[in-house]
Write a protein that binds this ligand. Structure first.
Ligand SMILES: C[S@@+](CC[C@H](N)C(=O)[O-])C[C@H]1O[C@@H](n2cnc3c(N)ncnc32)[C@H](O)[C@@H]1O
Length: 386
Protein backbone atom coordinates (compact mmCIF):
# COMPACT_ATOMS: atom_id res chain seq x y z
CA UNK A 1 0.00 0.00 0.00
CA UNK A 2 1.45 3.41 -0.99
CA UNK A 3 0.34 6.99 -0.21
CA UNK A 4 0.99 9.87 -2.65
CA UNK A 5 0.24 13.57 -2.26
CA UNK A 6 -1.68 15.09 -5.18
CA UNK A 7 -1.48 18.79 -6.19
CA UNK A 8 -4.07 19.73 -3.59
CA UNK A 9 -1.78 18.04 -1.04
CA UNK A 10 -4.44 15.42 -0.32
CA UNK A 11 -3.35 11.90 0.41
CA UNK A 12 -4.37 9.41 -2.29
CA UNK A 13 -4.22 5.74 -1.33
CA UNK A 14 -2.98 3.35 -4.00
CA UNK A 15 -3.96 -0.16 -3.10
CA UNK A 16 -2.03 -3.14 -4.41
CA UNK A 17 0.20 -6.00 -3.47
CA UNK A 18 3.38 -5.02 -1.66
CA UNK A 19 6.15 -5.01 -4.26
CA UNK A 20 7.79 -8.43 -4.39
CA UNK A 21 11.55 -8.47 -3.78
CA UNK A 22 13.40 -8.93 -7.08
CA UNK A 23 14.87 -12.35 -7.66
CA UNK A 24 18.30 -10.83 -8.05
CA UNK A 25 18.26 -9.70 -4.43
CA UNK A 26 18.18 -13.17 -2.91
CA UNK A 27 18.48 -15.99 -5.48
CA UNK A 28 21.55 -18.16 -5.03
CA UNK A 29 22.58 -21.76 -5.44
CA UNK A 30 23.45 -23.62 -2.20
CA UNK A 31 26.84 -22.51 -0.95
CA UNK A 32 30.11 -24.34 -0.17
CA UNK A 33 30.78 -28.02 -0.81
CA UNK A 34 28.59 -29.75 1.81
CA UNK A 35 26.06 -32.54 1.24
CA UNK A 36 23.33 -30.30 -0.19
CA UNK A 37 25.64 -27.75 -1.82
CA UNK A 38 25.21 -26.84 -5.46
CA UNK A 39 28.83 -27.70 -6.22
CA UNK A 40 28.30 -31.31 -5.06
CA UNK A 41 24.91 -31.74 -6.74
CA UNK A 42 25.13 -29.99 -10.10
CA UNK A 43 25.76 -33.18 -12.09
CA UNK A 44 22.85 -32.47 -14.48
CA UNK A 45 24.18 -29.00 -15.33
CA UNK A 46 27.65 -30.49 -15.77
CA UNK A 47 26.36 -33.19 -18.14
CA UNK A 48 24.50 -30.52 -20.15
CA UNK A 49 27.67 -28.43 -20.46
CA UNK A 50 29.60 -31.49 -21.66
CA UNK A 51 27.07 -31.87 -24.50
CA UNK A 52 27.97 -28.34 -25.64
CA UNK A 53 31.73 -28.78 -25.19
CA UNK A 54 32.60 -29.43 -28.86
CA UNK A 55 30.77 -26.20 -29.82
CA UNK A 56 32.59 -24.29 -27.08
CA UNK A 57 35.97 -25.55 -28.29
CA UNK A 58 35.25 -24.60 -31.91
CA UNK A 59 33.88 -21.19 -30.94
CA UNK A 60 36.93 -20.26 -28.83
CA UNK A 61 39.28 -21.26 -31.62
CA UNK A 62 37.25 -19.32 -34.22
CA UNK A 63 37.17 -16.03 -32.34
CA UNK A 64 40.98 -15.90 -32.11
CA UNK A 65 41.31 -15.30 -35.85
CA UNK A 66 37.84 -14.04 -36.80
CA UNK A 67 37.38 -11.21 -34.30
CA UNK A 68 39.22 -8.02 -35.18
CA UNK A 69 39.91 -6.50 -31.78
CA UNK A 70 42.28 -3.63 -30.97
CA UNK A 71 44.23 -5.56 -28.32
CA UNK A 72 45.66 -9.08 -28.18
CA UNK A 73 43.60 -10.04 -25.16
CA UNK A 74 40.86 -12.67 -25.50
CA UNK A 75 37.92 -11.67 -23.33
CA UNK A 76 35.40 -14.29 -22.25
CA UNK A 77 32.37 -14.01 -19.96
CA UNK A 78 30.72 -16.91 -18.13
CA UNK A 79 27.29 -15.51 -17.27
CA UNK A 80 25.28 -17.01 -14.38
CA UNK A 81 28.48 -18.93 -13.59
CA UNK A 82 27.34 -20.19 -10.15
CA UNK A 83 29.91 -22.42 -8.44
CA UNK A 84 31.13 -25.98 -8.90
CA UNK A 85 32.40 -28.01 -11.83
CA UNK A 86 30.97 -25.95 -14.73
CA UNK A 87 32.77 -22.60 -14.26
CA UNK A 88 35.99 -24.54 -13.48
CA UNK A 89 35.65 -26.46 -16.74
CA UNK A 90 34.92 -23.27 -18.69
CA UNK A 91 38.12 -21.56 -17.51
CA UNK A 92 40.14 -24.72 -18.27
CA UNK A 93 38.65 -25.18 -21.76
CA UNK A 94 39.18 -21.54 -22.68
CA UNK A 95 42.89 -21.67 -21.76
CA UNK A 96 43.43 -25.05 -23.47
CA UNK A 97 41.72 -24.02 -26.69
CA UNK A 98 43.48 -20.67 -26.97
CA UNK A 99 46.74 -22.58 -26.49
CA UNK A 100 45.77 -25.21 -29.08
CA UNK A 101 44.90 -22.60 -31.70
CA UNK A 102 48.15 -20.69 -31.03
CA UNK A 103 50.13 -23.92 -31.51
CA UNK A 104 48.28 -24.60 -34.76
CA UNK A 105 49.04 -21.05 -35.97
CA UNK A 106 52.66 -21.49 -34.76
CA UNK A 107 52.36 -18.34 -32.63
CA UNK A 108 55.13 -17.94 -30.06
CA UNK A 109 55.92 -15.72 -27.04
CA UNK A 110 54.56 -12.21 -27.65
CA UNK A 111 52.09 -13.44 -30.27
CA UNK A 112 50.28 -15.59 -27.72
CA UNK A 113 47.29 -13.60 -26.46
CA UNK A 114 46.50 -13.17 -22.79
CA UNK A 115 43.02 -14.09 -21.56
CA UNK A 116 40.51 -12.50 -19.20
CA UNK A 117 37.58 -14.57 -17.96
CA UNK A 118 34.82 -12.51 -16.36
CA UNK A 119 32.76 -14.61 -13.95
CA UNK A 120 29.28 -13.16 -13.63
CA UNK A 121 26.43 -14.05 -11.32
CA UNK A 122 24.02 -12.33 -8.96
CA UNK A 123 25.73 -10.69 -5.96
CA UNK A 124 24.48 -13.43 -3.58
CA UNK A 125 26.47 -16.13 -5.46
CA UNK A 126 29.17 -17.88 -3.42
CA UNK A 127 32.03 -16.15 -5.27
CA UNK A 128 34.49 -16.75 -2.43
CA UNK A 129 34.08 -20.55 -2.66
CA UNK A 130 34.30 -20.35 -6.46
CA UNK A 131 37.59 -18.46 -6.31
CA UNK A 132 39.04 -20.79 -3.69
CA UNK A 133 38.53 -23.65 -6.15
CA UNK A 134 39.63 -21.73 -9.22
CA UNK A 135 42.85 -20.46 -7.73
CA UNK A 136 43.98 -24.05 -7.06
CA UNK A 137 43.98 -24.75 -10.79
CA UNK A 138 47.36 -25.62 -12.17
CA UNK A 139 46.61 -24.07 -15.55
CA UNK A 140 46.46 -20.61 -14.00
CA UNK A 141 50.14 -20.77 -13.03
CA UNK A 142 52.60 -19.12 -15.43
CA UNK A 143 54.09 -21.70 -17.80
CA UNK A 144 55.89 -21.53 -21.13
CA UNK A 145 53.46 -21.70 -24.06
CA UNK A 146 50.35 -21.50 -21.85
CA UNK A 147 48.40 -18.24 -22.27
CA UNK A 148 48.19 -16.20 -19.09
CA UNK A 149 44.63 -16.08 -17.79
CA UNK A 150 43.23 -13.41 -15.47
CA UNK A 151 39.97 -13.99 -13.58
CA UNK A 152 37.55 -11.24 -12.66
CA UNK A 153 34.12 -11.14 -11.03
CA UNK A 154 31.30 -9.15 -12.57
CA UNK A 155 28.40 -9.30 -10.12
CA UNK A 156 24.99 -8.19 -11.41
CA UNK A 157 22.05 -9.29 -13.53
CA UNK A 158 22.68 -10.17 -17.17
CA UNK A 159 19.26 -8.72 -17.97
CA UNK A 160 21.10 -5.39 -17.86
CA UNK A 161 24.45 -4.20 -19.26
CA UNK A 162 27.47 -5.73 -17.52
CA UNK A 163 30.38 -4.64 -19.76
CA UNK A 164 31.41 -1.63 -21.90
CA UNK A 165 30.69 -1.69 -25.63
CA UNK A 166 32.66 -4.09 -27.86
CA UNK A 167 34.82 -5.92 -25.37
CA UNK A 168 33.82 -9.60 -25.44
CA UNK A 169 35.01 -12.33 -27.81
CA UNK A 170 32.97 -15.14 -26.32
CA UNK A 171 30.01 -15.45 -23.95
CA UNK A 172 29.05 -18.67 -22.21
CA UNK A 173 25.85 -19.22 -20.18
CA UNK A 174 25.04 -22.72 -18.96
CA UNK A 175 21.72 -23.61 -17.35
CA UNK A 176 20.85 -20.09 -16.35
CA UNK A 177 18.77 -18.24 -18.99
CA UNK A 178 15.62 -20.21 -18.18
CA UNK A 179 15.57 -18.31 -14.85
CA UNK A 180 13.31 -15.33 -15.45
CA UNK A 181 14.07 -11.86 -14.08
CA UNK A 182 10.84 -12.26 -12.06
CA UNK A 183 7.66 -14.32 -12.05
CA UNK A 184 5.17 -12.70 -14.47
CA UNK A 185 3.04 -9.98 -12.87
CA UNK A 186 0.07 -11.06 -15.07
CA UNK A 187 -0.39 -14.04 -12.73
CA UNK A 188 -2.41 -11.65 -10.52
CA UNK A 189 -5.66 -9.82 -11.25
CA UNK A 190 -5.75 -6.02 -10.97
CA UNK A 191 -6.98 -6.48 -7.41
CA UNK A 192 -3.92 -8.62 -6.65
CA UNK A 193 -5.75 -11.95 -6.59
CA UNK A 194 -3.65 -14.93 -7.78
CA UNK A 195 -5.05 -16.58 -10.91
CA UNK A 196 -2.95 -19.77 -10.82
CA UNK A 197 -4.10 -20.94 -7.37
CA UNK A 198 -2.80 -24.29 -6.15
CA UNK A 199 -0.03 -24.39 -8.78
CA UNK A 200 3.58 -23.23 -8.86
CA UNK A 201 3.95 -23.15 -12.68
CA UNK A 202 1.93 -23.84 -15.85
CA UNK A 203 -0.22 -26.98 -15.45
CA UNK A 204 -2.91 -28.55 -17.61
CA UNK A 205 -5.55 -27.07 -15.29
CA UNK A 206 -4.08 -23.52 -15.30
CA UNK A 207 -6.06 -20.77 -17.09
CA UNK A 208 -4.64 -20.20 -20.62
CA UNK A 209 -3.35 -16.76 -19.64
CA UNK A 210 -0.80 -18.42 -17.30
CA UNK A 211 1.24 -20.01 -20.11
CA UNK A 212 0.90 -16.80 -22.13
CA UNK A 213 2.22 -14.73 -19.20
CA UNK A 214 5.22 -17.03 -18.69
CA UNK A 215 6.03 -17.09 -22.40
CA UNK A 216 5.79 -13.31 -22.66
CA UNK A 217 8.07 -12.83 -19.62
CA UNK A 218 10.64 -15.13 -21.25
CA UNK A 219 10.38 -13.23 -24.55
CA UNK A 220 10.95 -9.90 -22.78
CA UNK A 221 13.85 -11.20 -20.68
CA UNK A 222 15.63 -13.08 -23.46
CA UNK A 223 15.25 -10.11 -25.83
CA UNK A 224 16.75 -7.80 -23.18
CA UNK A 225 19.62 -10.27 -22.75
CA UNK A 226 20.33 -10.27 -26.50
CA UNK A 227 20.14 -6.47 -26.77
CA UNK A 228 22.63 -6.01 -23.91
CA UNK A 229 25.05 -8.62 -25.27
CA UNK A 230 24.79 -7.21 -28.79
CA UNK A 231 26.44 -4.03 -27.45
CA UNK A 232 29.15 -5.89 -25.57
CA UNK A 233 30.20 -8.65 -28.00
CA UNK A 234 32.53 -7.90 -30.92
CA UNK A 235 31.34 -8.53 -34.46
CA UNK A 236 32.04 -12.25 -35.22
CA UNK A 237 32.15 -12.97 -31.47
CA UNK A 238 30.24 -16.05 -30.30
CA UNK A 239 27.74 -16.92 -27.57
CA UNK A 240 27.11 -20.48 -26.42
CA UNK A 241 23.86 -20.69 -24.47
CA UNK A 242 22.52 -23.89 -22.90
CA UNK A 243 19.07 -23.68 -21.37
CA UNK A 244 16.95 -26.18 -19.46
CA UNK A 245 14.19 -26.22 -22.07
CA UNK A 246 11.36 -28.48 -23.15
CA UNK A 247 11.22 -31.13 -25.90
CA UNK A 248 11.08 -29.74 -29.46
CA UNK A 249 7.54 -30.88 -30.23
CA UNK A 250 6.01 -30.04 -26.83
CA UNK A 251 3.44 -27.32 -26.20
CA UNK A 252 4.22 -24.55 -23.70
CA UNK A 253 0.54 -24.44 -22.72
CA UNK A 254 0.61 -27.89 -21.12
CA UNK A 255 4.24 -28.85 -20.55
CA UNK A 256 5.65 -28.64 -17.06
CA UNK A 257 8.97 -29.96 -15.77
CA UNK A 258 8.72 -33.03 -13.55
CA UNK A 259 10.38 -31.31 -10.57
CA UNK A 260 7.81 -28.50 -10.47
CA UNK A 261 4.96 -31.03 -10.69
CA UNK A 262 6.44 -32.89 -7.69
CA UNK A 263 7.25 -29.62 -5.89
CA UNK A 264 3.58 -28.53 -6.15
CA UNK A 265 2.50 -31.95 -4.83
CA UNK A 266 4.86 -31.67 -1.83
CA UNK A 267 3.77 -28.09 -0.97
CA UNK A 268 0.09 -29.08 -1.29
CA UNK A 269 0.70 -31.95 1.13
CA UNK A 270 2.23 -29.57 3.69
CA UNK A 271 -0.77 -27.24 3.24
CA UNK A 272 -3.09 -30.16 4.09
CA UNK A 273 -0.97 -30.87 7.19
CA UNK A 274 -1.23 -27.23 8.30
CA UNK A 275 2.52 -26.60 7.92
CA UNK A 276 2.05 -24.10 5.07
CA UNK A 277 -0.80 -21.59 4.65
CA UNK A 278 -2.84 -22.06 1.47
CA UNK A 279 -2.31 -18.43 0.42
CA UNK A 280 1.45 -19.02 0.52
CA UNK A 281 1.04 -21.80 -2.06
CA UNK A 282 -1.28 -19.61 -4.18
CA UNK A 283 1.29 -16.78 -4.29
CA UNK A 284 4.32 -18.96 -5.07
CA UNK A 285 5.16 -18.73 -8.78
CA UNK A 286 8.30 -20.41 -9.96
CA UNK A 287 10.38 -17.81 -11.90
CA UNK A 288 11.29 -20.23 -14.69
CA UNK A 289 10.25 -20.84 -18.28
CA UNK A 290 11.15 -23.88 -20.36
CA UNK A 291 11.55 -22.73 -23.97
CA UNK A 292 11.99 -25.04 -26.93
CA UNK A 293 14.21 -24.48 -29.97
CA UNK A 294 11.46 -22.68 -31.91
CA UNK A 295 10.80 -20.18 -29.09
CA UNK A 296 14.50 -19.33 -28.85
CA UNK A 297 15.10 -19.17 -32.61
CA UNK A 298 12.18 -16.83 -33.19
CA UNK A 299 13.39 -14.38 -30.49
CA UNK A 300 16.94 -14.44 -31.92
CA UNK A 301 15.61 -13.72 -35.45
CA UNK A 302 13.34 -10.94 -34.22
CA UNK A 303 16.06 -9.21 -32.18
CA UNK A 304 18.38 -9.42 -35.18
CA UNK A 305 21.93 -8.90 -33.80
CA UNK A 306 23.05 -12.54 -33.92
CA UNK A 307 22.87 -15.41 -36.42
CA UNK A 308 22.36 -18.99 -35.33
CA UNK A 309 25.35 -21.22 -36.12
CA UNK A 310 24.05 -24.34 -34.43
CA UNK A 311 21.08 -25.42 -32.34
CA UNK A 312 20.35 -28.74 -30.75
CA UNK A 313 18.07 -30.26 -28.12
CA UNK A 314 19.45 -33.10 -26.04
CA UNK A 315 17.81 -35.24 -23.39
CA UNK A 316 19.30 -36.83 -20.30
CA UNK A 317 17.73 -39.11 -17.69
CA UNK A 318 18.64 -37.74 -14.28
CA UNK A 319 20.69 -40.13 -12.09
CA UNK A 320 19.47 -43.06 -14.24
CA UNK A 321 22.51 -45.15 -13.28
CA UNK A 322 20.99 -45.64 -9.79
CA UNK A 323 18.68 -48.66 -10.05
CA UNK A 324 17.03 -48.47 -6.62
CA UNK A 325 14.12 -45.99 -6.77
CA UNK A 326 14.46 -44.78 -3.21
CA UNK A 327 18.24 -44.17 -3.56
CA UNK A 328 17.68 -42.42 -6.90
CA UNK A 329 14.93 -40.25 -5.36
CA UNK A 330 17.32 -39.12 -2.58
CA UNK A 331 19.99 -38.08 -5.11
CA UNK A 332 17.43 -36.33 -7.34
CA UNK A 333 15.95 -34.50 -4.33
CA UNK A 334 19.39 -33.16 -3.27
CA UNK A 335 19.99 -32.01 -6.85
CA UNK A 336 16.67 -30.07 -6.84
CA UNK A 337 17.23 -28.72 -3.33
CA UNK A 338 20.65 -27.34 -4.27
CA UNK A 339 19.11 -24.87 -6.74
CA UNK A 340 15.64 -24.23 -5.25
CA UNK A 341 16.34 -23.87 -1.52
CA UNK A 342 16.95 -20.10 -1.51
CA UNK A 343 13.62 -19.49 -3.28
CA UNK A 344 11.67 -21.86 -1.04
CA UNK A 345 13.06 -20.52 2.23
CA UNK A 346 12.51 -16.91 1.16
CA UNK A 347 8.82 -17.53 0.36
CA UNK A 348 7.79 -20.20 2.89
CA UNK A 349 10.39 -19.75 5.66
CA UNK A 350 13.29 -21.94 6.74
CA UNK A 351 11.14 -24.16 8.99
CA UNK A 352 9.49 -25.89 6.02
CA UNK A 353 12.75 -26.91 4.34
CA UNK A 354 13.22 -30.33 6.00
CA UNK A 355 9.57 -31.52 5.76
CA UNK A 356 9.21 -30.14 2.23
CA UNK A 357 12.28 -31.86 0.75
CA UNK A 358 11.39 -35.05 2.65
CA UNK A 359 8.00 -35.03 0.91
CA UNK A 360 9.75 -34.19 -2.36
CA UNK A 361 11.93 -37.31 -1.98
CA UNK A 362 8.88 -39.47 -1.15
CA UNK A 363 6.85 -38.21 -4.14
CA UNK A 364 9.86 -38.59 -6.45
CA UNK A 365 10.15 -42.22 -5.37
CA UNK A 366 6.42 -42.74 -6.09
CA UNK A 367 6.80 -41.01 -9.47
CA UNK A 368 9.62 -43.44 -10.36
CA UNK A 369 7.64 -46.44 -9.07
CA UNK A 370 4.87 -45.54 -11.56
CA UNK A 371 7.46 -45.77 -14.34
CA UNK A 372 7.34 -42.00 -15.03
CA UNK A 373 10.52 -40.47 -16.48
CA UNK A 374 12.84 -37.97 -14.80
CA UNK A 375 14.21 -36.38 -17.89
CA UNK A 376 15.91 -33.06 -18.65
CA UNK A 377 15.92 -31.45 -22.08
CA UNK A 378 18.71 -29.01 -22.81
CA UNK A 379 18.53 -26.58 -25.70
CA UNK A 380 22.07 -25.71 -26.81
CA UNK A 381 22.45 -22.77 -29.17
CA UNK A 382 25.58 -21.21 -30.68
CA UNK A 383 25.20 -17.61 -31.89
CA UNK A 384 27.52 -15.41 -33.93
CA UNK A 385 27.37 -11.61 -33.60
CA UNK A 386 26.70 -9.94 -36.94
C1 LIG B 1 21.56 -23.50 -12.21
S1 LIG B 1 22.77 -22.32 -11.91
C2 LIG B 1 23.96 -22.61 -13.19
C3 LIG B 1 25.35 -22.33 -12.72
C4 LIG B 1 26.45 -22.75 -13.70
N1 LIG B 1 26.39 -21.99 -14.92
C5 LIG B 1 26.35 -24.22 -13.99
O1 LIG B 1 26.10 -24.59 -15.15
O2 LIG B 1 26.53 -25.02 -13.05
C6 LIG B 1 22.03 -20.79 -12.44
C7 LIG B 1 22.84 -19.60 -12.03
O3 LIG B 1 22.32 -18.45 -12.70
C8 LIG B 1 22.35 -17.37 -11.79
N2 LIG B 1 21.39 -16.35 -12.26
C9 LIG B 1 20.05 -16.42 -12.32
N3 LIG B 1 19.53 -15.29 -12.82
C10 LIG B 1 20.59 -14.47 -13.08
C11 LIG B 1 20.71 -13.15 -13.62
N4 LIG B 1 19.62 -12.44 -13.96
N5 LIG B 1 21.94 -12.62 -13.77
C12 LIG B 1 23.05 -13.32 -13.42
N6 LIG B 1 23.00 -14.59 -12.92
C13 LIG B 1 21.79 -15.15 -12.74
C14 LIG B 1 21.98 -18.01 -10.47
O4 LIG B 1 22.36 -17.20 -9.37
C15 LIG B 1 22.77 -19.31 -10.54
O5 LIG B 1 24.05 -19.21 -10.01
Amino acid sequence: MVFWLNKAKKKIKIVGLPKKMGLQEFLHMNEGDGEISYSQNSFVQKAASLMGQPMLERAIQSVITEVKSPSKVIKVADLGCGVGPVPLAVVKLVIENVQKKCEELKWKDNDIPEIIVFLNDLPSNDFSFLFKELLNMDLLKKKEGVPLCYLMTTPGSYYGRLFPKNVLHFVHANYTLHWLSQAPSELYSEEGIPINKGNVYITESSPKIVAKAYMSQFQQDFTKFLICRSEEVYSNGRMLLTLRGRPTSSDAVTWQPWELEIMAQAITKLVSQGLIKEEKLDTFDFPYFGPNEDDIESIVHKEGSFVIENVNTMAQHVAHEIEDNSERAKVVSKFVRSFTESLISRHFGEDVLEPLYEKFTQFTCEHLAKGKPIEHHSVIILLKKI
